[in-house]
Design a protein around this ligand. Structure first.
Ligand code: GLY
Length: 371
């Protein structure tokens, strides 16, 4: 087992490490023991992840003399709601957690966002550690301290910026990830190339097939590049007053798609982001900002990887362009009633536009549906 890659998220007193490597789940007890205020954790997970990893994870905690309890929630985006947050907080309090107890979020983005938010507000804030078990969580949601639940009005509308103490990304867990979830995470990997790293996007064009087929070295490289990019951006703009918004490439479209699909699982977050990134490039072309060839390259790469790229037919349902624009108006990034989009002047040249009129967005969605 080679030494894991260590990436530092520099946030002064709230700085922490991301460890990336194979076998980190087996070594978790040792990594945790070094940073816990007291040797007691509550592991929050979902039923699918718990079935695969929880018993062996707990055995490692035993070996490191760390006391542990577990709270296991249903899988799926619908768990990220008020009802499950309440259930989780009640369970934590019933376990008589103390301010020195640490939560371990063992799961994908849903568990990480929900458990992180619970950690932020339980007893006015206790420590938590992210142990992401999906590609999406490893390259995006477990890093940077965005925690949240969805509401009936939209995605991630209630939450906080609350940084974890450590992120342990074990490459081995990706082998058991269903193909659809792996691909959904891949959309967020490609996002880093599209934002500001054209050479990484070109590397992905060459290596994505082997990476997705299971090459661990390629996966490790791509996750490392992604986490370094995320650590740099979060370190410079933790609370998204500037460049962190670039990480939302594809998300204004994607969140509207997810909200319209009511988080039922017919469209995964990464699938919404993939279609959303294609639409963001299409919008950029329509606004005269980006060459059509670049938008085509984005579409072809994501399609070749196996991701959905077209709104028409996505999730096997009919979409309504006006309803999607209505969802966009509830987005956290709306300023003075105007929509915010991440647009691009080309691959690796994304920028934030706060003044995109809805009239310019609607035809892009209508065209996508007519295609
Ligand atoms: N997932 C976007 C961000 O962390 O800012």
């Amino acid at each position: 087992m080679s030494a894991p890659e260590r990436i530092r998220v520099e946030l002064n007193a709230r700085s922490y490490d991301i460890l990336i490597g194979t076998g980190l789940l087996a070594e978790a007890g040792g990594h945790l023991a070094k940073l816990l205020a007291r040797p007691r954790v509550v592991v929050v997970s979902d039923e699918n992840v718990a079935r695969l990893y929880l018993a062996s994870f707990e055995a490692k905690l035993d070996r490191a003399a760390i006391a542990h309890d577990r709270i296991v929630l249903p899988p799926g985006e619908k768990t990220k709601d008020f009802a499950h947050l309440e259930r989780l907080l009640d369970a934590l309090i019933a376990l008589r957690i103390e301010r020195t107890t640490t939560i371990v979020a063992l799961g994908g983005g849903v568990i990480g966002d929900l458990a992180g938010f619970a950690a932020a507000i339980a007893l006015r804030g206790i420590d938590y550690v992210q142990v992401p078990t999906t590609l999406l969580a490893q390259v995006d949601s477990s890093v940077g301290g965005k925690t949240a639940i969805n509401t009936a009005h939209g995605k991630n509308l209630v939450g906080s910026f609350y940084q974890p103490r450590l992120v342990l990304a074990d490459l081995g867990v990706l082998d058991s990830l269903p193909r659809r979830d792996l691909l959904a995470g891949y959309a967020e990997v490609a996002k880093y190339g599209l934002i500001d790293d054209a050479s990484f996007f070109a590397w992905l064009e060459t290596n994505a097939a082997a990476l997705l087929a299971g090459d661990s070295a390629l996966r490790g490289h791509a996750i490392g590049v992604s986490c370094r990019a995320k650590a740099r951006i979060v370190g410079a703009d933790e609370r998204e007053s500037g460049q962190r918004a670039l990480l939302n490439l594809g998300h204004t479209f994607g969140h509207a798609i997810e909200a319209e699909a009511r988080y039922e699982g017919e469209v995964l977050h990464g699938e919404g982001v993939a279609v959303g990134m294609v639409m963001a490039f299409d919008l950029s072309v329509r606004l005269g900002l980006c060459a059509a060839e670049d938008a085509l390259r984005v579409r072809l790469h994501l399609k070749d990887a196996g991701l959905p790229t077209e709104l028409a037919g996505l999730g096997g349902r009919a979409w309504d362009a006006r309803r999607l624009v209505q969802h966009m108006h509830r987005d956290k990034k709306v300023q003075d009633g105007r929509l915010t989009f991440v647009l691009a002047r080309g691959i690796g040249q994304a920028f934030v536009a706060h003044d995109v009129p809805a009239e310019r967005v609607l035809p892009v969605i209508e065209d996508a549906l007519a295609a």
